[in-house]
Ligand binder design. Structure first.
Ligand code: C2E
Ligand code: MG
Ligand code: MG
Ligand code: MG
Length: 289
């Protein structure tokens, strides 16, 4: 009996299970330890206006460093933190940390924080966000809360109520990874979104010769205009993609071409580097982190 490890290798089922169980135990210990000793880190990835390439804000992306100093990807440790029930405390830490940091940014730069479905089940999310806003003194409209579609399917009435409360605090709500899950277009007007983030899988197909993905994107942008939603493209990696997004008049762009997620300590020099250069320089000479 063989099982894929996800790295393209097929190994004996027994070995794989042992290995997985051991990895899992180690990861759980690592997570508990990291929470107790404040060893999580937040990286920040910039978002830009597509049309004038102006910096608009950053998305907070959680990082965990393993004992060897390597970063464990959130796609690996967040599901485990959710199962362990740790995500509530970790999510609260991210909210406090990110709002406090963003309060010191110039102008009206925004900070986006990803929320887990589990945080909506605790009944404490609204209070946690209110506390973070009060403690940081961040203008509430500068906080964007990102959620994914999967959350909306589970308990729509409960989620809707909390989203409305979060919005009445002044925070903005973004629908993340749009176009990947079991999207129902009715979500777009049944829930109070301010922003829609188009999943990066669309970017990969944007350069397709037959032009259909581009037509679909055009339709999504038009739909967002109708619904008064701002629209952001994720995963912009090439100048061709950025040019296409400009043609579509997509509001904001985020991706490795424009800036990689970076530790908080690099943000000041990143801001300096883009404010002292002509706006187009961020595109012609992509910053690599
Ligand atoms: P997301 O919210 O969709 O975040 C965007 C992901 O795309 C990030 O991965 C980012 O590094 C990556 N990315 C950005 N630009 C590009 C690009 O041009 N090309 C490619 N290939 N990738 C790009 P990351 O940081 O590994 O995060 C993965 C996911 O983990 C996030 O997806 C989000 O769902 C989740 N996550 C991250 N931080 C948190 C957090 O604090 N709380 C919760 N609940 N989830 C989080
Ligand atoms: Mg996100
Ligand atoms: Mg996303
Ligand atoms: Mg994602």
């Amino acid at each position: 009996q063989a099982k894929s490890t996800g790295r393209g290798k097929a190994v004996k089922y027994e070995i794989s299970m042992d290995d997985e169980r051991q990895q899992r135990v180690l990861l759980e210990e690592r997570l508990r330890h990291a929470l107790q000793h404040s060893e999580f880190e937040i990286y920040y990835q910039p978002l830009f206006s597509t049309m004038d390439r102006r910096l608009r804000g950053f998305e907070a992306l959680l990082r965990l460093r393993d004992d060897d100093g390597y970063l464990v990807p959130p796609d690996v440790f967040i599901p485990v933190a959710e199962e362990m029930g740790l995500i509530t405390a970790v999510g609260e830490w991210v909210l406090n940390e990110a709002t406090a940091f963003a309060q010191g940014w110039p102008g009206d730069l925004t900070v986006a924080v990803n929320l887990s479905a589990i945080q909506f089940e605790t009944g404490r999310l609204v209070e946690t966000v209110r506390n973070a806003l009060e403690a940081s003194d961040l203008t509430p409209s500068r906080l964007e809360l990102e959620i994914t579609e999967s959350l909306l399917i589970k308990d729509p009435a409960n989620v809707l109520g909390q989203l409305l409360e979060l919005r009445s605090l002044g925070a903005r709500i973004a629908l993340d990874d749009f176009g990947t899950g079991y999207s129902s277009l009715s979500y777009l007007w049944k829930f109070p979104f301010d922003k829609l983030k188009i999943d990066r899988s669309f970017m990969l197909e944007l350069e397709d010769a037959d032009g259909k993905p581009r037509e679909i994107l055009k339709t999504i942008v038009a739909l967002c205009r109708t619904l008064n939603l701002s629209v952001t493209a994720e995963g912009v990696e090439t100048n061709e993609q950025l040019a296409a997004l400009r043609e579509l008049q997509c509001d904001q762009s985020q991706g490795f071409l424009l800036g990689r997620p970076m530790p908080a300590s690099q943000i000041p020099s990143f801001m300096m580097s883009i404010s002292s250069e002509p706006l187009s320089a961020t595109v012609k000479e992509p910053l690599v982190g």
